[in-house]
Design a protein around this ligand. Sequence first.
Ligand SMILES: [Zn+2]
Length: 446
Amino acid sequence: MATDLTGASTELLQALIRAECVNDGTPDSGGEARNVDLLHAYLEGPGVELSTYESRPGRTSLVARLEGSDPAAPTVCLMGHTDVVPVNRDGWSRDPFGGELINGEVWGRGALDMLYQTATQAVAFRHLTQRGFRPKGTLIYFAVPDEEAGGTWGAKWMVDHHWDAIACDYLLTELAGVAMPSTDGTRKITVTVAEKGIAWRRLRVSGSPGHGSMPFGADNAIITAAEIVRRLSAHRPQAGLDDVWRATVEAYEFEPELTRRLLDPTEVYAALQALPDQGTATMLHACSHTTFSPNVVHGGVKSNVIPDVVELDVDIRTLPGVTGDEVDAALHDAIGDLADRVHIGRLIDDQSTASPLDNPMWHALAARARAAYPGASLLPQLEIGATDARFFRRRGTVAYGTGLFSADVTYEDMISRFHGNDERIDVESLRLTTDLWLGVVHDLLG
Ligand SMILES: [Zn+2]
């Protein structure tokens, strides 16, 4: 049976890759209706209620529901996005939309992000319906467009306009599931439980215009802005060291003194600076701090005119619990006595989201991880970027990024292939992930 399902997952994944639903960020790209057609045909069957929703031409969502018998039982939603990011064909050793199966691996854009989940979730859902599974709580399969451009025409639109179709207590989606080895021989399975927020700010720095030939004593906005950038880069916001941070640090199995320093809010910054691997340090810094990165500057009009205004865009990524007002207060703090020279404009305020860890879904995921990898435990993670899970968490849903990779897929493999060249996934990971969905649905709804 497991072999049959793995074959089905492989074939469906290949078909989804070949449909080439590339989202380049423009509203009319994606064409996810092609993948929805495939999935609709695959899922049709007795007892299955299928609905499609079109936010824009070609940007279709598919919802499949298997209604539960007990209104008090929880509703579980398996959500996969159907779009993929563009490719640079020159960097690939295979056709990125060929969906080829080579030496036990399916190749193609979206193999990891996240069509393998979209495919295995559909295979698990169909398997359950064909077996006549009668869930206590409702099971939903949700194939969603436009994740790769922020969910405007996908998850956000569906949550805003058709919440009744997808409302759920638990949501399982991307991105995690790496089986990280521990020195004791067991595995730690990554689960995304929270995502950082986005708080983009435009700082408008003012000065006074004048002739560029007479700079003495001038009120030059570029010079003020340069000092503000320097202060922002020197700003050391307080680290946020919660349970997820502790779990992350412990998973690295550093020597005890380094672990201790990384868990101490007064020492964590210096400890990060002393880490030998820059990539690890950068990642761990982002996981433990609200970050401020001045990334765009516009100012000045002509070489002989002293500029009276500079605009400075700062990319700020917030930890769970940090509000927009706290971001502005932190900016004021960092800018200090130049604050009255600056107007802070809000470009985006998209607060961080987090889900709790002690609930039946968490325990079911842990049990299924142990079934696949004896002795395994779950490793909760904070996602630096954003996924569609955030829209659900804001509605009170417990949302996790999950999956289950084979031991052959390392953390580094996953990071480098995400949106990268030669994206691919091994068939064993398809088998493990299909089994994971079936297992947790059985535990929660059976
Ligand atoms: Zn994704």
